[in-house]
Design a protein around this ligand. Structure first.
Ligand code: HEM
Length: 235
């Protein structure tokens, strides 16, 4: 296609997309008002219908989670917020009061064998149990050497030599978790993974042991950016 036509078509498509997006937001707002649905979190999600596996993490001054500890473990830091909000879907813009916004999608497993998958599913708890008032958000990036490995090589490091799943399994169901991937999103993200956990106050020491056990593994030699954010929410 002639490049000027291609660019005109591109502009048109972008305009149409923008109109559709705006009209969705208008309709969503109308439905919420009509149905009396309060917005659950501090910020309203843009549209969950676009990708139900997408989550946005907002570090700022609002949200249900209060940051209690914040540590840059390795690599460049990010700003330390007082609150964290976790919003299903995307957001139409940078929310007022936000210091940063990180996005990730849940996905299929990559490194889990059948027996491990069955055991994980039998043992794991979902996030959001009323007693799980403690949380951790740990954004992680792995280096280029890791991503240059093949699937088999990564699995060997992840499980055969670092025992990530086997170690983690011992902490189920006390620790609930959700892994978000960030590498294949539309816009480049600063981390490869956003790992999210919640647990009861009585399991806080166990969580420290788990994190310490993982950080000394061969797998962690490939981690070149990691921020450890601990938080609490009302029970
Ligand atoms: C609660 C116990 C835990 C269990 C049962 C667990 C289990 C798993 C499993 C099964 C996977 C592989 C998913 C796949 O096959 O794609 C995984 C990936 C991952 N986990 Fe954990 N985990 C636990 C705790 C942790 C902790 C505490 C951290 C961070 C400090 C962490 C960070 C990660 C990361 C970054 C990945 C992605 C690795 C990659 O794809 O390269 N996990 N975890």
């Amino acid at each position: 296609m002639d490049s000027s036509i291609a660019s005109r078509v591109g502009v048109k498509l972008r305009q149409t997309g923008e109109l559709n997006r705006r009209s969705f937001l208008c309709r969503a707002a109308t439905w919420s008002v009509a149905a009396g649905i309060g917005v659950h979190h501090g910020f309203a999600a843009e549209s969950n219908s676009m990708n139900p596996r997408l989550f946005t993490f907002v570090g700022g001054n609002s949200g249900p989670w209060t940051v209690t500890r914040f540590k840059t473990v390795v690599g460049d830091p990010i700003a330390e917020p007082s609150k964290i909000d976790i919003v299903p879907g995307g957001l139409p813009g940078f929310p007022a009061g936000a210091q940063w916004m990180l996005k990730g999608v849940t996905s299929n497993v990559r490194y889990v064998a059948r027996e491990e998958k069955v055991e994980l599913e039998a043992r794991q708890a979902a996030l959001g149990r009323p007693e799980a008032t403690h949380g951790a958000l740990i954004p992680i990036r792995k280096n280029a050497k890791w991503w240059a490995l093949t699937q088999d090589e990564r699995r060997a490091i992840f499980e055969e030599r670092s025992h990530h799943t086997a170690v983690g399994m011992k902490y189920l169901p006390s620790i609930a978790r959700r892994l978000h991937h960030c590498r294949d999103l539309e816009v480049a993200e600063p981390f490869d993974f956003l790992t999210l956990f919640d647990y009861a106050a009585k399991d806080a020491t166990a969580f420290e042991d788990l994190v310490a056990a993982l950080r000394v593994t061969e797998e962690w030699k490939y981690v070149d950016r990691e921020i450890d954010i601990r938080m609490i929410r009302p029970g």
